[in-house]
Each structure stands twice: as C-alpha cells, then as structure tokens.
Design a protein around this ligand. Structure first.
Ligand code: CAO
Length: 443
C-alpha cells in the first residue's frame, strides 16, 4: 500500500482560508478530482479536489481550521507500494477572485458564491427560465452553494433558488437539497400544489424596472420557511373562517384592577392570557379542535394536553412559540411566559423545541389594529384563532344602548375535521366565556 499526503494547491491570492465543509470522512473511497473540502474567504468559497484516488486513511483537518497552499488535508492510501508522497491536484481550483468574477451560465457550473448584492433591476435577458426545467437561472446562480451541490441540484432538477440553506450564513447543504426534494414529493402526493399542477397558469416573470426604480430584497430565512409552510397549509387545507365577537368590558375592568394591584410586583396581565384560558376551556368542551389528522387522513389523533402557540411578529418574520400545559398555568404565569417568549423570539433566542408540539394557535393583532382577518391554520393543528383590536360599541341591552368593549374573533378551521356548526359553537363558547370570565371556573 502506498500512502500520499494530499495538500491544498495554489489558491490564488489568498493567504489563509477557512474550512466550512468537510466533504469526505476517514474510510471513504474517493476518485481523483473528487472534492475534499470547501473553503471560504471573505470573497468566495471553493472546493478543493483530490489529486489521486484511494481510501482516506486520516483526515488532518477539521471544520473551522484555516488552511493555505501546502496545508495537508488528508493522508490517502492508494493501491501501490508503501511510501509516503506529497501530492497536489493537477488542476487547481479557480482562485477566489476568478470565482467572484464568474457570471451566470446555464451550462457551465459557477463556483459557490455568496448571493450577489441586491440589484436595482435584472437585465431582461437573464430573467428567462431554463428551457429544460423549472429552474430560474438567476436565482440558481445567486444561491449560496458549492459547485458539487450545484451539479447535484441540476441532476435532480432542483431550483437552488427555492432551497432554504441551513448551513453557516444560510449556505445550502446536501441535506437541504434532499429535504427540498422530499418535501416536494410529499406535497405532490398530497395533491400537486404547484401552479401548473393545479391547472392554473404559472406566474409570469416580470421586469418591474420597466415601470420605475425597483430593488431586489432577499427574504429572511424565517420569511422563506414560513412562506413555504403557509403556502402548503393554505392550498392543502380547506379553510373556513368563522367570525364572532366577545363583550370584554368586564374582563378588561378586572384586568385593569388586577394590573394596578400587581404593578408593584412588576407583573402585567395581557388580554391574551384571558383569551388563552378561554381557548383551553373551549378545547376541553370541543375536543375535536384539539386533534390532528393522521398521515393516512383516516383517523384523528386526539390530544389530551393543551399546548398553545402564540404568533409573534419579529423583524425577521413570524414565529410561533408554544406555551406548554396552558391548562395548568395561571393568568399571571401565562402573561409572563408570553412576554418572555416574545422577547426570546425577537432576540432570535428561540430553540426549535420552543416552537414544537402546539395543539392550537392564537394570532393576536389586537395591539396593532384591524377589525377581522383570515388566519392560516398552523398544520398539523386543525384550527387557529385570530384576535383583532377591541372597540367600544353601542350595545342594545333591551331598553337602551350602552357602551360595551367588543373584541373581534376570527376562527379558521380545517373543514375536513370540523363542521361549520361546531365552528360557530366554538366561537360562541369563546364569546360567552370572555364576556363572563367566571365561566372559566367551570372547566
Ligand atoms: N384590543 C385592544 N388592545 C389590545 C388587544 C386587543 N385585542 N390586545 C392587546 N392589546 C393592547 C395591550 O393591552 C397593550 O396595551 P397596554 O400596554 O396599554 O396594556 C398593547 O395592546 C400591546 O399589547 P402587546 O401586543 O404588546 O401584547 P400582547 O400580549 O397582546 O401580544 C404578542 C403579544 C407577542 C402576541 C404581540 O406582541 C405580537 O407579536 N402580535 C403580532 C402577532 C402576528 O403578527 N400575528 C399575525 C400572524 S399571521 O396569521
């Protein structure tokens, strides 16, 4: 057996570059020209290929290491006589400078680059989609991924521009492409949701700059992820939205009274805590709202716990952290937890576990305004409550009009699971409970 050290070749003007991806592991059998690592400078990233084929005996580098020309990447065992030899690839990868100068080309693989800075407008010629597939060449080129992953994506016909990168600085990883394919296959079997599959004309690509100045602003990672989920939920779940209102005059009077008493302890009770308690009582009374359809869509999974999601608006987009076991928590506990989760969300400190396991969601726009809206169900949940801004309104009490504070409620539910009558019963129950919060003691 012969052993060779594979080293970093000439990488142009760069002194030291960081390893951001290890593409092989000890024990792997590789061929000459296979990519070994991806390195990144402040201008571009590139893959370093192997000069020889063989079995990776020992990796000499790890993620985050800085390497330069001549750094040993790994020791390779080839099938010739024993002897240590140092080898560099015959074909050095493109220098980072060349890489960052490379332009979009549908046939030629461009090196991995960070997405280009937003452009005022895209030239008309580059806005064409690929003739061979549904790949948008502009966003494909701008996607942040290595050349080998670009090849991989092309083999699968995946439009990289639509893939969410979960790597460092949103770099697209192989797993992201696999997840994208899986998700697409799943949504295809669930009912083909793309424009063409629905039998509607695809959205045309338009050069808006022909009518005035425009700017291309990249969506945040949260925007892209929620966009995918909301789109899937909107087109695969038959939504019905039931509107109602609750007289919260007494509830608000009590909340304000309590607010004064608790102010010394730094405690503030939000209307949302009362709404959450009323939702839990409604879920106990109408358990179908606390269920999910199983994958076969033949059974309901009935939940016996009450974890309630709260939509939180953050500068990066919408997130839905979950208050666990809301049935076992006091109004004060729930108020404080909502505040803590909202702060965590806005400081990007939420962990995936904080957003999992919800049974039902509440989207409150009450602090902002509006009279009603259609919230989109947060699948696999089967219903979501939208809350708008309360308003003082004249209410006929049988002999005269009196001012009452009315809270608008918008309940969207999955019509496969919930009938219209139950939708109306649920909001009526909420309305009665919020109008007389003593009812909360009954459930
Ligand atoms: N009507 C009138 N006023 C209301 C109200 C309502 N329905 N709900 C809350 N308010 C008031 C609060 O009492 C508070 O006023 P005071 O400070 O005078 O007491 C003020 O509005 C601000 O409330 P808040 O929004 O900070 O607190 P909250 O507990 O009501 O809500 C949270 C917290 C996290 C839900 C909220 O900050 C938020 O992010 N909302 C947006 C959710 C969203 O984007 N949903 C859309 C999703 S798309 O389906």
């Amino acid at each position: 057996m012969k052993t060779k050290e594979i080293v970093v070749p000439d990488i142009g003007d760069f002194d030291k570059v960081e390893i951001i991806e290890l593409l092989v592991a000890e024990g792997d059998t590789i061929a000459a020209e296979d990519s070994l690592i991806t390195v990144e400078s402040d201008k571009a990233s590139m893959e370093i290929p192997s000069s020889d084929g063989g079995v990776v005996k020992e990796l000499k580098v790890k993620l985050g290491d800085y390497v330069q020309e001549g750094s040993v990447i790994l020791v390779l065992e080839t099938s010739q006589s024993a002897e240590v030899e140092i080898s560099t690839p015959e074909v050095a990868p493109k220098s980072a400078q060349e890489a960052s100068n490379t332009t979009a080309d549908t046939e030629q693989e461009s090196p991995a680059e960070k997405p280009a800075a937003p452009k005022a407008s895209l030239p008309q010629a580059t806005q064409k989609t690929s003739p061979t597939a549904h790949i948008d060449e502009v966003s494909f080129t701008q996607a942040y991924a290595s050349p080998s992953l670009r090849r991989f994506a092309r083999e699968l016909g995946v439009d990289l521009g639509k893939v969410n990168g979960t790597g460092r600085k949103n770099r697209i990883l192989k797993q992201d492409i696999k997840d994208f394919v899986k998700q697409n296959l799943q949504s295809n079997t669930e009912g083909n949701t793309s424009g063409t599959a629905l039998g509607v004309a695809p959205m045309p690509e338009i050069d808006f700059s022909q009518w005035g100045s425009v700017e291309n602003v990249a969506l945040s990672k949260i925007n892209k992820l929620t966009g995918e989920f909301l789109h899937r939920n909107w087109v695969t779940i038959p939504h019905v939205t039931q509107y109602d209102e609750a007289d919260i005059s007494d509830m608000e009077a009590f909340r304000k009274e309590m607010g004064q008493e608790l102010a010394d302890q730094g405690i503030k009770i939000t209307p949302l805590a009362f709404i959450m308690k009323a939702v839990v009582a409604a879920l106990k009374t109408y358990p179908r709202f606390n269920s999910s359809l199983d994958v076969s869509k033949q059974n309901l999974i009935q939940k016996h716990y009450y974890h309630i999601g709260v939509a939180v608006d953050t500068p990066d987009g919408l997130v839905v952290p979950v208050i666990r076991d809301a049935d076992q928590k006091s109004l004060v506990d729930i108020s404080q937890e909502i505040r803590e989760l909202a702060v965590k969300a806005r400081n990007k400190k939420l962990k995936p576990a904080d957003m999992q396991g919800g049974c039902f969601s509440i989207s409150s726009l009450g602090g902002i305004g509006g009279t009603s809206f259609t919230p989109i169900i947060n699948a696999p949940e089967v219903a979501i409550l939208g809350v708008s801004r309360s308003k003082m309104q004249p209410h006929w009490n049988g002999s005269e009009f009196e001012p009452r504070l009315m809270l608008p409620l918008s309940l969207s539910y999955d019509h496969r699971v919930i009938d219209g009558a139950d939708g109306a019963r649920f909001t009526s129950f909420l309305s009665k409970t919020l109008s007389d919060i003593r009812r909360l003691l009954l459930t």
